[in-house]
Design a protein around this ligand. Structure first.
Ligand SMILES: [Zn+2]
Length: 344
């Protein structure tokens, strides 16, 4: 009890919580991603994948930012780089989106092209055959891109492998996995007008079927990239660029890192089913590169010297935000009890 009522209780000053916003005012969800990483790590623990669990628990526990005029810029952090880590995959997504923005902008500046979205699927598989199915898909994709028809029509591509799981108990294929490719294709501007370039939906399907040596007809989607209204945190907004930006927003949709943590861990609790998914996906995706570039896009990615968004540096997303001298550090540390980042 305090003798004097005027005396404040011992200083338990409320901790200052990290607030990191983009230039456009959008909150960067460090807390949400870290919470998901902790939850994913718990699943890894139960699955018996102890060293990955330990690494994931340590992922981004301390963040050092440089405080610039308006925003914080991440300066130092340690990321675990486990394939299924939600924190790392968020950083990977941001980096891929930035890379693709730069690559697409450069292509559009230099060449008269248009962009297509291609989705390539195979039948759902169970966990045991998932790794070999994925390997076969990489091989099939490589083979398909060598076909003369595609060499004539496709100038370059970005492809991402995504694996979703069927969680509908009513479905016949409940519990099976659905690996598929999302591909962004760069084709000549005259693609839709010239017969020598245009590839019909049926042709796309049969090319994929042939490349994969399938005895059934796979589901394939192809569509033209249409400008999209939604704004993204990465772009600047100028009237004359408006259409290009809208097109780019659509392109950025395939630029996310293909592992969605909500596909891996359903809900907010450790469940047997989630542990099973973690084991299956960790095994199937280990040492595999989920994203890749080809043709013109590969050349430009290399020329721009963008580095590796999958296994490379996850601290610096873009190289254009130079940090001025004299800026001070802001250190945020993950607080287990508060489940939030607290500023030191
Ligand atoms: Zn991580």
């Amino acid at each position: 009890m305090y003798k004097n009522n005027n005396i404040e209780p011992p200083d338990k000053s409320t901790p200052k919580i990290l607030e990191d916003k983009t230039k456009s005012g959008k909150e960067r969800d460090w807390k949400g991603k870290k919470k998901r990483s902790v939850l994913t790590a718990e699943h890894f623990e139960v699955a018996g994948l102890h060293s990955k669990a330990e690494r994931m628990k340590d992922c981004a526990t301390q963040l050092v930012f440089k405080h610039t005029e308006e925003t914080l810029k991440l300066y130092q952090a340690w990321f675990c780089k486990v394939r299924l880590c939600p924190m790392c995959n968020w950083r990977r997504s941001l980096k891929i989106a930035y890379h693709n923005k730069r690559v697409v902008e450069t292509v559009n500046e230099r060449e008269n092209v248009c962009w297509l979205f291609l989705t390539l699927t195979v039948k759902n598989t169970d966990a045991e055959v998932l790794p070999e199915t994925i390997s076969a898909m990489f091989e099939g994709f490589r083979r398909m891109m060598q076909y003369k028809t595609l060499k004539t029509s496709v100038k370059g591509f970005f492809r991402a492998l995504e694996v979703t799981k069927n969680r509908d108990p009513q479905s016949e294929s409940f519990g099976t996995y659905h690996p598929h490719f999302h591909v962004l294709l760069c084709v000549p501007a005259s693609y839709f007008k010239k017969k020598e370039f245009y590839i019909t939906h049926e042709e796309w399907t049969s090319l994929w079927k042939k490349a994969m040596k399938l005895d059934y007809t796979p589901i394939v989607h192809i569509k033209k990239v249409k400008p999209k209204e939604k704004l993204d945190e990465l772009e600047t907004y100028e009237k004359d660029l408006k259409n290009a930006i809208k097109e780019q927003n659509a392109i950025l949709e395939v630029s996310k890192y293909p592992v969605k943590d909500t596909d891996v861990i359903k809900g907010n609790k450790v469940t047997e089913e989630n542990v099973e998914t973690v084991l299956a996906l960790d095994n199937a995706l280990a040492y595999k590169r989920l994203i890749g570039y080809g043709g013109l896009l590969k050349e430009i990615h290399k020329e721009l010297n963008l580095g590796d968004a999958e296994d490379g540096d996850l601290v610096n997303i873009s190289e254009d935000d130079e940090v001025a001298n004299g800026t001070f550090n802001v250190i945020a540390r993950w607080h287990i009890g508060l489940k939030n980042y607290v500023i030191e």
